[in-house]
Design a protein around this ligand. Structure first.
Ligand code: 1CP
Length: 394
């Protein structure tokens, strides 16, 4: 497996699923249904003749068939209704012919399943009944009963059945991003209350993130065991942290989540926005693949990571509504830069905006599949940080 020497975990932990004794014999990585897919091969650091593509937030808001299937069902109820969640998971695969399904769920689902009062308010996002800001509130957080994950296991199994040879990607929110909702109580731009708790009460902070890591790790593991072929950890808001704060207060907890699924032997992808300065630290939390945001050119990300970590990304979602010629040129540039990686899975730099015309997404998939891999020589193993930081920081 071509990952850096700095990345924790042994070769054995990254062995292909077929060699993992943990996965059930019916798992698609074990039966071979998805282990030879271009997605899994690219995640494992192989160059594929056609670049695989999927898009974050490909399921959901941009699709009329999603709005029809969901009807009046509340978002979190839809996630916890296995037939519906599986149907919504498959919709973008049928329509766009993407190379993976992303499980239809949300990062707050394990929090809800543990018994914390949380809802997704239309037009707002996750809202917590009683924000968690004290030692007492953290101590009172309920432990997730593994039985509560039954609807997740069932929805994943149904999705995998419907997807056939197309791999399913499972996901979870990373401790910092999930904790930021728990502490703030709702979406926040600056995460000020969260960062105050981190600095003023580091013990309370650590206890909170350890709870999130256990809870969200169990959610992620359930998806892997039930049939997902890769697992992505979303630390969407980690980019607002300095490297120092990330290393001291966040990385150990994200590492704990990734360690909870290491023995499954499936690719683990780690992603956050505005994380150029954190790419190496996030990889070193135990990721096999790094998701790259729209602000970081892929070839720079590859070099920062030392040249051997497969990457995922990074079409700029801001260009999706613009002229096709500009988007076409941008996608070809992404493919050129991505060709410097050992493995490259094409994606957006962040999620599909709800207003995006679905036909544009289909056209993107067709374009990516029509461009043959450029297969230049791989770059030498560059030391991390060999390219200047864009902000002039070391
Ligand atoms: O009413 C609706 O339709 C709700 C919109 C919606 C959807 C479709 C939310 C609310 N979540 C989801 C599904 C979802 N969430 C998926 C699966 C679908 C797919 O990707 O195709 C995934 C992977 C997520 C993950 C998620 N939820 C993240 C991490 C990814 C990212 O975008 O950075 C985050 C931060 C959330 C929280 C969340 N849930 C929903 C919203 C609107 C938000 C963001 C709110 C904010 O701005 O803080």
């Amino acid at each position: 497996m071509p990952t850096s020497e700095q990345s924790p975990g042994t070769d054995q932990q990254r062995a292909v699923g077929a060699e993992s004794s943990v996965l059930p014999p019916t798992h698609p990585l074990v039966t071979g249904r998805t282990s030879g897919s271009i997605l899994v091969r690219a995640y494992r650091g192989e160059r594929t003749a056609t670049r695989p593509i999927w898009m974050m937030r490909q399921a959901g808001r941009s699709l009329p068939e999603y709005r029809a299937a969901r009807g009046d069902t509340a978002m979190l109820d839809a996630c916890l209704t296995p037939e519906l969640a599986a149907e919504i998971t498959c919709q973008p695969v049928r329509r766009h012919r993407v190379d993976a399904g992303i499980f239809f769920s949300d990062i707050v689902i394990p929090v809800r399943l543990a018994g914390v009062g949380v809802d997704i308010v239309p037009g707002v996002g996750p809202v917590i009944d009683h924000p968690i800001r004290s030692a007492a509130a953290v101590a009172a957080l309920p432990e997730l009963d593994p039985q509560a994950l039954a609807p997740i296991t069932e929805a994943v199994a149904r999705s995998v059945e419907l997807l056939g040879d197309t791999p399913l990607i499972g996901f979870a929110g990373a401790p910092f991003t999930v904790a930021s909702y728990l502490v703030e109580g709702r979406p926040s731009r600056d995460h000020a209350i969260t960062k105050a708790l981190m600095h003023e009460h580091p013990d309370v902070w650590d206890a909170l993130l350890a709870w999130v890591a256990r809870t969200t790790g169990a959610f992620l593991r359930a998806q892997g065991l039930a049939g997902a072929s890769a697992l992505q950890l979303f630390d969407s808001w980690a980019g607002t942290l300095s490297v120092e704060d990330y290393l001291a207060h966040v990385q150990p907890h994200s590492a704990a989540v990734l360690a909870q699924v290491a023995d499954l032997g499936m690719p683990r992808i780690h992603f956050g926005t505005r994380t150029r300065h954190l790419l190496v630290a996030m990889r070193d939390a135990g990721a096999d693949v790094m998701g790259v945001d729209a602000q970081t050119p892929l070839d720079e990300a590859v070099a920062l990571l030392g040249g051997r970590t497969p990457v995922q990304g990074n079409i700029d979602p801001a260009l999706l509504d613009g002229p096709w010629a500009e988007l076409d040129a941008h996608i070809r540039d992404v493919l050129r830069r991505g060709a410097t990686a050992t493995g490259h899975v094409v994606n957006l730099g962040h999620g599909v905006p709800p207003t995006t015309d679905p036909d544009v997404l289909t056209r993107i998939v067709e374009l990516v599949h029509s461009v043959p891999d450029l297969l230049p020589d791989l770059p030498p193993d560059l030391p991390p940080g060999s390219l200047p930081h864009p902000d002039g920081a070391p």
